[in-house]
Write a protein that binds this ligand. Structure first.
Ligand code: MN3
Length: 199
């Protein structure tokens, strides 16, 4: 079965004014859709055609001759994870999440600073992530282009897309302003809590 673009988990205007309906309509309806369409075209009739998205990502990661499939599969997965990382209503971290944040970063404000820094210093296109290591500790990492922590033994908890298409219509070149809005207004802390692995 071909992959299908998942519906956004909120209305197109639900994140306004932080992320406009105009940005979301292009980002979801054009960019995310293109990754899904490209992926379906690339795997059609191949041994990957009946595999899960996660299995396709793992099977093609790091293989130069499969870069096209990896890029489109990982971007399909990363974008769905990004939509779920966003909340239309302000949220606070649960006590469990807050304890882990404080252990790893010292405070929620320090977490926000480090997350913003990761996104701002990702040269070119990519992603900022909050991940959970195998020992349970939280960490912030950044990845280039389509790269995703899904291919490591860490558990992704939260992501912010820092490709220009994620923010340019609303913030132009001001990626840091977009990241500030993300950490202050948009984080879906319930999603972070749901992604924590039980130790
Ligand atoms: Mn994007």
């Amino acid at each position: 079965m071909p992959f299908v673009l998942p519906a956004l988990p909120f209305a197109m205007d639900a994140l306004s004014p932080h992320i406009s309906a105009n940005t979301l309509s292009f980002h979801h309806g054009k960019h995310h859709q293109a990754y899904v369409t490209n992926l379906n075209g690339l795997i059609e009739g191949s041994e990957l055609a009946d595999k899960s998205l996660e299995d396709i990502i793992l099977a093609t990661a790091g293989k130069a001759d499969k870069a096209g499939i990896f890029n489109n599969a990982a971007q399909t997965w990363n974008h769905t994870f990004f939509w779920n990382s966003l909340s239309p209503t302000p949220q606070e971290p649960s006590s469990t999440v807050l304890t882990l944040i404080n252990q790893a970063f010292g405070s929620i404000d320090k977490f926000k600073e480090e997350f913003k820094k990761a996104g701002a210093t990702q040269f070119g296109s990519g992603w900022a992530w909050l991940i959970q290591r195998k020992d349970g500790k939280l960490e912030i990492v950044k990845t280039s282009n389509a790269e995703t922590p899904l291919t490591t033994d860490a558990t992704p908890l939260l992501t912010c897309d820092v490709w220009e298409h994620a923010y340019y219509l609303d913030y132009q070149n001001r990626r840091t302003d977009f990241l500030q809005v993300f950490v202050d207004h948009l984080i879906n802390w319930d999603f972070v809590a749901a992604n924590l692995k039980s130790l």
